[in-house]
Design a protein around this ligand. Structure first.
Ligand code: PA5
Length: 433
């Protein structure tokens, strides 16, 4: 199980403040579990780890096995909650230099998460000599970025592979009943997996949104759900030691005492996209009604050589939540050199993991002494089981945190302002005002 470490934030927190915040976290827990709060009909994600239908797992495995060895590339099309979870998981699980997928699985690339013409033209060029398939993910089926990417790629496929073969190369993941993607899937006979209507985009990584790309890339979706199920079992316990309730309480205290920015820190390049996923989860869930912590992300030790200066010595408005992970079984030792001109002989025999750990420790100590309180979460290693736990932990903590702030964790009304302006500027029928 993940471990939440709070000793480096405790000096900043009075016992009375903590008691009162925990009281509020317990009420938020009741609101969440009873479904009685705003957005209470969107809590289907709570049970996904134990209620995912066997049929969905079988479908994911079947699609993965059909494409294994037959497709070079699978393009996963989606944005926001229909993109970041899968991207984060695949970055975490894949070999750092994997360019052609794992275990002979197709190479997974992503599209539909921007409107960049350069990106699309590079992608079309890359796909030119490849046999490729598409997983198109959009709950609403109407989001303009993935809808455009799908149109462009579908037309390319029809030209290259013909209608019947194109049909076999496309899988959609969309709402059970509604939306353009559902209608297209029915009309053209695409294999389609459904999204439960009571799970919103940013809470959907444990649905087909995450499971299908993970399975197609050759990773273990049962273990992924198993880790999430273990986290669920622990976090559903309404007790003072519940790490999600403690974490939500600490965040809430930080916010109330003027630490308005939460910096999510990782020490592994493979966890870079975890930060991107966390940013969406917390910003869209909490940032409303003029409230909410601003989520930022940093990659250490890289950013210690750039933003580190600000963290140590700039405005004192932030606290840090670091995600620490052990390495896999392989150890990389510092070797002996013939001359010690680089002066590193004092590290001979130590592993890079050990040195990274010391960097984490030293940084936490420096930042705490610089008045940047620190929370850290430790996971054993970066794999399917542990990432399943981590996703569930943060989703649960985020929903509790939002209810503690008094906002709906499951809507994002302000996102429509951008969308409506874009539609007006593009002259979409009905948006010309
Ligand atoms: O969390 C959310 O609801 C959003 O980020 C959506 O996931 C994102 O806008 C994509 O929406 P859709 O899946 O409908 O294309």
């Amino acid at each position: 199980m993940l471990k939440l470490h709070t000793e480096m934030i405790e000096p900043f927190i009075g016992p009375e403040d903590f008691k009162s915040a925990m009281g509020s976290a317990f009420s938020a827990y009741d609101t969440l579990l009873s479904g009685s709060g705003p957005g209470g009909n969107m809590t289907g994600w709570l049970d996904l780890p134990v209620k995912t239908p066997e049929r969905l797992l079988a479908d994911c495995r079947l699609i993965a096995s059909r494409w294994l060895g037959t497709l070079d590339v699978v393009v996963v099309v989606g944005i926001g909650g229909s993109f970041l979870g899968a991207k984060c998981a695949l970055e975490a699980f894949s070999h750092s230099f994997a360019s052609a997928g794992e275990r002979n699985s197709p190479h997974i690339v992503f599209a539909g998460y921007s409107l960049s013409e350069d990106y699309m033209s590079d992608l079309l060029g890359y796909l030119k000599k490849k046999s490729y398939g598409l997983i198109v993910i959009s709950k609403s089926g109407t989001t303009i970025e993935p809808a455009l990417a799908f149109r462009i790629l579908r037309m390319d496929m029809l030209k290259r592979f013909g209608a019947e073969d194109t049909r076999r190369r496309i899988v959609t993941v969309t709402d059970e009943r509604n939306g353009a993607l559902r209608a297209m899937s029915e009309k053209y006979g695409y294999t389609s997996l459904s999204l439960p209507s009571n799970v919103g985009g940013r809470y959907s990584v444990l649905t087909a949104v995450g499971l299908l790309p993970i399975a197609v890339a050759g990773f273990d979706i049962e273990s992924f759900l198993g880790g999430a199920a273990e986290a669920r079992e622990n976090l559903l316990k309404k007790e003072e030691s519940n790490p999600a309730l403690i974490y939500a309480s600490l965040r809430n205290i930080m916010y109330r005492c003027g630490k308005k920015i939460e910096v999510f820190v990782n020490y592994h390049p493979k966890l870079k996209y975890l930060g991107e996923w966390l940013k969406q989860l917390f910003a869209e869930s909490e940032g409303k009604q003029l409230k909410g912590l601003f989520p930022a992300t940093l990659d250490f030790t890289t950013d210690l050589h750039s933003v580190g200066q600000y963290i140590q010595d700039g405005e004192r408005t932030m606290f840090e939540t670091s995600i620490l992970a052990g390495s896999k079984e392989v150890e990389v030792f510092v070797p002996k050199s013939t001359d010690n001109l680089d002066g590193l002989d004092y590290l001979v025999g130590r592993t890079l993991e050990d040195i990274n750990f010391m960097a984490e420790k030293g940084t936490r100590m420096a930042h705490t002494s610089g008045n940047v309180p620190n929370i850290y979460i430790e996971m054993e290693k970066i794999d399917e089981w542990n990432m399943g736990q981590l996703f569930y932990f943060f989703e649960f903590s985020c929903a509790i945190s939002a209810y503690m702030l008094g906002v709906n964790p499951f809507d994002q009304p302000a996102v429509d302002v951008y969308k409506n302006n874009l539609y007006k500027l593009l002259g979409r029928p009905g948006y010309t005002d």
